[in-house]
Ligand binder design. Structure first.
Ligand SMILES: C[S@@+](CC[C@H](N)C(=O)[O-])C[C@H]1O[C@@H](n2cnc3c(N)ncnc32)[C@H](O)[C@@H]1O
Length: 188
């Protein structure tokens, strides 16, 4: 991801790409006016500590925008619903918290923020098309879940082929949630 960002921003003088973990940001206190994160905190073990880190590097009054997915919100029209349930259960293992948006506002408040906006960001693919999010993620999910929850290569191939052959019966939706919060007073 960092290499891709570096390449994309090679000609943008004010962009810098640094490496570091969310639970220990490599920046001095009060360094930033704004912090943005998409699809990262659901992978982080100690989100409470990571949000305290965001508060530390923000100036008072600074803002943070965080977007994460709730994977229990996924609707995907599969022919074999029991097989699909096992695939989705195995897929949830790729995240520390596949339902993080439910607790993010409270975590933000306890880390020294006031939540000022909450938005639903739906992913909606009402038909199968190669360039859509859900079509692109079938192989990613398939590779991850093979060997988990008792799923063999044949099971995963059957699951993927079924989704790809749905035609006009294809339907996928998934909810992402964005939270905007302002750093209040002194860090906790
Ligand atoms: C699904 S990608 C999202 C990348 C990018 N933000 C985007 O939306 O396209 C998840 C990213 O979280 C990073 N990540 C996971 N755990 C992390 C942690 N503890 N600290 C920092 N980054 C982490 C991974 O390295 C990966 O780049």
């Amino acid at each position: 991801m960092n290499a891709m960002a570096q390449a994309r921003c090679a000609d943008v003088a004010w962009v810098g790409i640094d490496e570091g973990g969310a639970e220990g940001l490599p920046y001095a206190a009060g360094s930033f006016d704004a912090v943005v994160s998409t699809q990262v905190y659901e992978y982080v073990v100690d989100v409470a500590a990571a949000l305290v880190e965001v508060r530390r590097v923000l100036r008072p009054g600074g803002r943070v925008v965080i977007l994460d997915t709730d994977w229990e919100s996924v609707v995907w029209h599969a022919g074999d619903r029991e097989l699909h349930r096992r695939v989705m259960a195995a897929w949830e293992e790729h995240l520390v918290d596949p339902r993080l948006p439910r607790t993010l506002p409270g975590l933000l408040e306890r880390a020294g923020f006031r939540v000022t906006d909450r938005r639903l960001v739906p992913m909606f693919n009402p038909e199968y098309a190669e360039e859509t999010y859900s079509a692109g993620t079938i192989d990613t999910i398939g590779a991850f879940v093979t060997g988990r929850q008792g799923l063999g290569e044949d099971d995963v191939a059957r699951w993927a082929a079924d989704l790809r052959s749905r035609g006009t019966d294809y339907l996928f939706s998934l909810n992402r949630y964005a939270f905007v919060a302002v750093a209040t007073g002194d860090p906790p």
